[in-house]
Design a protein around this ligand. Sequence first.
Ligand code: CTP
Length: 403
Amino acid sequence: MSVLKGKKIVVGISAGIAAYKTAHLVRYFIKAGAEIRVIMTPASKDFVTPLTLSTLSNYPVASSFYNKNDDSAVWNSHVEYGLWADFMIIAPATANTMAKMANGICDNLLLATYLSSKCPVYFAPTMDLDMYLHPSTLKNIETLKSFGNTCIPATSGFLASGLIGEGRMAEPESIVAFIEKDLSQYLPLKGEKVMITAGPTYESIDPVRFIGNHSSGKMGFELAREAANLGAEVVLISGPSNESVSHPLIQRVDVVSAQEMYDAAHADYNVCDIVICAAAVADYTPKHVATLKIKKSSSEFSLDLMKTKDILASLGAEKKGQFLVGFALETDNEINNALGKLKKKNLDLIVLNSLRDKGAGFKKSTNKVTLIDKSEKISEFSLKSKAAVAVDIFNEIISKINA
Ligand code: CTP
């Protein structure tokens, strides 16, 4: 998922021929899940139509403080645009608009919005070669950078004038990639390594049979997605599950048995900052695995089972600064049982599910959790999608590691 998902973006367009490319930029932002407000300078409407931009952005384009031809004369508040936006991008940013931005001139809605905005501002210069190289333009770009604005540099190439050189606005795909990379450095888990166990384990009885459980892995996969969306590098150790995930920051390690999950978890533990054990690990495994299929020769059959290693407890025992989170699935005496596990396994946080709550537990796409921390603070959450529960769990973890 793109860091742009859910972002509120003001796209400012000034009057350069590259304005036609901004239509594509808006399209990419919308596809990434962002919300867009387009503000055009009056002269930019000669290069690309407001209808194109309002259609692509799903919102009326603003280009003046109010519409003189409309009796209702609704005021376009530059202050509100500036407060609404998570960031603003001015693309294309012409020599004229940059000169005004650098000098506090605000003779149109875009400039007034720029001057009153408190959000990060990106600008993508475009102009002909000689204008771009003029000392005043270079000085204005430096001035804007000194204000904390971020320049997305123009590239070299064939210019609309026929000249070849620097001054082409960066391509829309490159602008999106630039902003995504820039924003991801501010994600709260950037630089952190997170390990998550998920799904069931299968304990072999013979070559065709196993002891398993109904865990789907959904909760663990949602936690992995959320951690990656927050910028963490994620190792997702999953037992057999039909869930799938595709995110450049998630490395999936598939395991089958409790022993394999134990080995995988210990292999990465020392380099992890946050570990969440969401897997439903088998508590017992057959003492001997038959090499050949067991035949139904007798009327009764029993299996000798032995305890599996408790992965979470072993990680708790070896903890060296990791933030360790466990799950507790309970049917009765929920809070006490969860607190007991939190202490016994040396956890920082435990996520309690009660099977008495409708909509919670295995195979559901919803969950209802109670979080209990080391100081025994209890936070109850309502029934939500597992994706939303993952957000709540990481909000709690981030508030704790930053405290
Ligand atoms: N867990 C684990 N390894 C095991 C068993 C459990 O890592 N062999 C982890 C689970 O991933 C979960 C937590 O321990 O985070 C709690 O699991 P649960 O089965 O509820 O608790 P148990 O300690 O096994 O106790 P009981 O089954 O008796 O309730």
